[in-house]
Design a protein around this ligand. Sequence first.
Ligand SMILES: *Cc1c(COP(=O)(O)O)cnc(C)c1O
Length: 453
Amino acid sequence: MNDPSLELLAGGLERLRESFAALPDARLAPPGMARAAEALNEAARRMGDNFPYFHPLYAGQMLKPPHPVAQAAYALAMSLNPNNHALDGGRASSRMEVEAVREIAGMFGWAEFLGHLTSGGTFANLEALWVAGLMAPGKKIVASEQAHYTHSRISAVLQLPFAVVGTDARGRMEVSALESALAAGDVGTVVATLGTTAVGAVDPLEEILKLRSRYDFRVHVDAAYGGYFRLAGNLGAEASRAFARIGEVDSIVVDPHKHGLQPYGCGCVLFRDPAMGRWYKHDSPYTYFTSSELHLGEISLECSRAGASAVALWTTQRVLPLVPGGEFAQGLEQGRAAALQLHRIIAEDARFVAGPRPDLDIVVWAARARTLAESSRRAQQLFDHAAQDGLHLALAHLPARFFPEAEWTDPDWADARAGSTLTCLRSVLMKPEHLAWVEEIGDRIRRAAVDTD
Ligand SMILES: *Cc1c(COP(=O)(O)O)cnc(C)c1O
């Protein structure tokens, strides 16, 4: 396979070398080079033991190949290996981070804000909840039961009380349950998830924001997965309304390494109020010397961070600007169209029970069966058979009430209080190629179902 990132990289490295051409040559031959090719071949063989994440027949977890220009820019920057903690260690890449993050904030309508990249969504959410806790000491963090599992752990780390509220049968936060929680008067921050990890559900942000007229609380949006869908033009009415209001919240997390075509680890946290920078204030006895300009380490919890991540992101956004209707937005729209199509294929097949209509690009479905246990067993079987046939799906453990059309004989399965769950199938159609491949994916799912007993 011809890798376009290699050609880009070769040209980029040549340009970069020009900037340092005046230096006397001082490099020693790196040690161990005689064994390097063999070791790399061995690494390549080892890496072959993976699912083909780059291929549309990988339609399982949230894995999206980085854009070739992101790969090339990352490798280019890595030849210098800048550290975006301080300008001393990463002057150019820190400035590129500031510019790239400003473009992400711009996507949410923010011109004035505080923000930076992180190692990923978990650390970005940690920073947002840390600030949330400082702004409302001792008060609760509330998220839906479909929020990312790390919110409860993060709250435990920060020693903040944490509570969950239920969701409707589509996986979206139940606003009436939230209001009951708020009425108790001890909630400091509500985490709204725009794009849940399991099913891609978009919490009803509009209704959540309305509650601010009666209760005093902060809103943090976890859009680690879904944030870029702000740019998509083909969302349903409810999801569109939620994304349209995203700029009114206090903080936002979005992961460029999920939908933003970036290598791991690249997350991003944004605060609407630049004054939140005061919580980060500290001095470093070693690193803040070369400039009185802001060092990113002064506004982030992590110390060392890969400058290469910022360079990759900056370069990708040059090629694919974050604008509605642009090529990047079209890629998201293709994934969503593919998900709607797969959802139809599943719904038309009597052997399956389709889950909620996708808000974004994630499809979940159950195997039709007499009982939940039988349905779970068949889902596992279908997953295995599809994999043997070259189609890689994912499994998820979900509330049975997400499949209201099922006719399981288990008592109370549709009752939220009973808490019945099952194993079902899940497919994340996040590559633009998935749209052209969705019929083939549907055929393989049907084939795998024939094989199950
Ligand atoms: C993936 C995800 C996270 C965690 O982000 P990482 O980058 O994996 O640390 C948090 N929230 C949501 C909604 C996610 O989808």
